[in-house]
Design a protein around this ligand. Structure first.
Ligand SMILES: CC(C)(COP(=O)(O)OP(=O)(O)OC[C@H]1O[C@@H](n2cnc3c(N)ncnc32)[C@H](O)[C@@H]1OP(=O)(O)O)[C@@H](O)C(=O)NCCC(=O)NCCS
Length: 147
């Protein structure tokens, strides 16, 4: 069974390697060290010492922002993303959060499918929010899941 544990500075290289393989516009090592320094909830998802994925959740008063949730490409489409997302929702619930918010690229079919299947719905659009490959900017969908 996969299990969650705290991410530490010692994990950041391995996390950033997965991040670069999984995202067209990855977070940098610095983004992860900043998240740890800011005391966001940063967790690694592992099975038998193999890192399957990770998440970064930023609590703010009564809501939590899911800043990153990633499953390594070779472990995708096995239900792990959904299981990790359920862990994030449970963490937020345990902290008495009222809702979880996130942003996803319009082109991120896998993420939008995952979040919709887990009960998130769209509450807004941030136009030209993300950089994209062709020098243009890409819209972000803002999604919410009430707890
Ligand atoms: C999004 C992501 C976390 C999904 O992880 P996963 O382990 O592959 O997802 P699961 O196997 O748990 O799939 C759960 C549901 O998500 C949806 N989904 C996942 N991958 C999908 C894809 N490639 N296309 C369409 N829907 C997809 C489906 O509804 C799926 O349910 P189903 O398998 O019964 O059809 C993974 O693709 C990933 O890490 N992507 C890169 C990072 C990223 O974009 N993260 C989200 C934004 S931070």
């Amino acid at each position: 069974m996969p299990a969650l544990r705290e991410m530490s500075l010692a994990d950041v290289n391995a996390v950033a390697l997965i991040e670069r393989r999984a995202h067209p516009h990855p977070w940098t090592r610095g983004n992860f060290t900043d998240a740890l320094a800011s005391r966001y909830l940063c967790k690694v998802y592992e099975r038998e010492n193999v890192m399957l994925g990770y998440l970064v959740l930023m609590p703010a008063v009564d809501e939590a922002q899911l800043l990153d949730l990633t499953i390594a490409p070779e472990h995708q489409r096995q239900g792990l993303g959904r299981a990790l997302l359920d862990e994030a929702l449970e963490m937020a619930r345990n902290m008495k959060m009222r809702r979880v918010l996130l942003e996803a690229r319009l082109s991120n079919v896998a993420a939008l499918g995952l979040y919709r299947a887990a009960g998130f719905h769209e509450i807004g659009l941030r136009r030209r929010y993300y950089p994209s490959d062709n020098g243009e900017r890409e819209d972000a969908i803002v999604m919410e899941r009430l707890l």
